[in-house]
Design a protein around this ligand. Structure first.
Ligand SMILES: [Zn+2]
Length: 153
């Protein structure tokens, strides 16, 4: 019994991702919303870090130098610090994914089948482009309406 490339990919759990069509306007709006949210969270993170830096501590409080440490019970700004930490960590969660983390992941080279699929797709695109170029004929320019022309004087 022979298996096709498609069946092999399915057995390896590499089925193609389902795709969703989105209107260009919706997509642009989504990107804008994301961008605004990123700018706002950057501001929030900066301000929360500033509040953290202004918090007063008792002498010898470990939280003064280490963010993950808790304050001493007598620290005057203990509650403010806790609130600022909550805000700061919420801002960090909404920060974009760090690319360095991805770069540290092990590299998986694409399979030969995947590579030949991409090459075949590229060749098909080129053929399609050539067909478009051959079919492309510019429409004649619209007739000029003398009433719409601007008066130079
Ligand atoms: Zn403290």
């Amino acid at each position: 019994m022979t298996t096709t490339v498609k069946q092999q990919q399915h057995l390896m759990g590499r089925d193609p991702e389902p795709k969703v069509q989105v209107d260009a306007r919706t997509w642009t709006g989504t990107k804008l919303a994301l961008w605004r949210s990123k700018v706002a969270w950057d501001i929030v993170a900066r301000q929360a870090a500033e509040i953290l830096g202004r918090c007063k501590h008792m002498t010898g409080c470990p939280a003064e130098s280490v963010e993950t440490e808790g304050c001493l019970p007598d620290c005057p700004d203990r509650e403010f610090r806790m609130s600022a930490l909550v805000i700061l960590n919420a801002a960090r969660q909404s920060a974009p994914v760090s690319a360095s983390k991805l770069a540290q992941q092990p590299y998986m080279p694409p399979s030969r089948e995947f590579f030949s699929d991409v090459v075949a797709e590229l060749a098909a695109c080129q053929a399609e482009l050539e067909a478009f170029r051959a079919a492309a004929t510019l429409p004649p320019p619209p007739p000029q309406d003398p009433q719409l022309e601007e008066n130079p004087s």
